[in-house]
Write a protein that binds this ligand. Sequence first.
Ligand SMILES: NC(=O)c1ccc[n+]([C@@H]2O[C@H](COP(=O)([O-])OP(=O)(O)OC[C@H]3O[C@@H](n4cnc5c(N)ncnc54)[C@H](OP(=O)(O)O)[C@@H]3O)[C@@H](O)[C@H]2O)c1
Length: 315
Amino acid sequence: MRCNHVRLNCGITMPLIGFGTYSFPNDKKTTEIAVHNALEVGYRHFDTAKIYGSEPALGKALNEAIYMGEVGREEIFLTSKLWGSDHHDPVSALKRTLENLGMEYLDMYLVHWPVKLKPWVNYPVPSEYDFEKLDLETTWAGMEKCVEMGLCRCIGVSNFSSNKIEWLSDFASTPPAVNQVEMHPMWRQRKLRKTCGDHKIHVSAYSPLGGPGNAWGSTAVVNHPIIQSIALKHKATPAQVALKWGLSKGSSVIVKSFNQERMEDNMGSFDINLDYEDILEIEKLDKMKIMRGEFLVNETTSPYKTIEELWDGEI
Ligand SMILES: NC(=O)c1ccc[n+]([C@@H]2O[C@H](COP(=O)([O-])OP(=O)(O)OC[C@H]3O[C@@H](n4cnc5c(N)ncnc54)[C@H](OP(=O)(O)O)[C@@H]3O)[C@@H](O)[C@H]2O)c1
């Protein structure tokens, strides 16, 4: 299998190409078929979250493949995420996630956002009065408990700025292994990659193609003339160029395609080579952040009054 791996600070290895399972609409059968196809193409790293609603379909497909002897559980790297309303009790939340997945453990459990919500907020877009003050020390203690109890092998965060990584690193007994953030040729995360690198935290890139086809996403990356001309030069696709750029920065890439041809295309990004000049050209592209997080900002109960506060200026 051509899936390369990275060794994380918690001692385990993770395949560098992950298979995203967020889709809208979230159709169970479509996701199951996509996961079976992804396994066949060679994906072994799967990314889900309670709030995506994809845990049951992903778990069902993986368990079927394990039962049929197509793959062993230990060959799969499985990530899910703690939603804001579960910061009160990460252990119970992870137990529910494992039930949804029909699994005994996760490989990686991430704090989805640096946002704590009222316990009943089981929906993706919180309303104005749904927020609580983020008590990261208590949340993280709950995440550490998940590891101690053997419910997950490693823990990490998602959508954390450099400042929040520093804040967490000040008190964490178990440091985060991963920070999963938006990263693609038009949102390169230079500062955050340096901060995470200093703390030996692996940066994992979500929306590595810029999310073409997603309601909030954009075709700006895959349609960019520079990306297209680099692709032409290497007889590759624009998606392969975008993914290889992320891999060349030492990041893993979490890419979603439920189309088997594009799944293969994306996996093929390992096999293309970018020249030094290509990387320099990409460094010059205009910046464009897609997931800005406006839905987590308000002037009443959110601790973040502006998106600048949410990202600590990294926006
Ligand atoms: N931690 C977080 O807060 C967070 C946020 C967002 C996403 N994520 C994770 O990251 C995963 C990926 O992010 P994403 O879905 O936002 O963005 P993405 O992977 O950059 O883009 C996905 C979109 O690109 C299309 N696509 C895939 N391969 C393609 C190719 N080779 N050529 C052209 N189009 C292609 C897909 O359509 P088809 O399916 O039709 O191919 C889909 O519409 C998610 O599924 C989720 O697991 C995490």
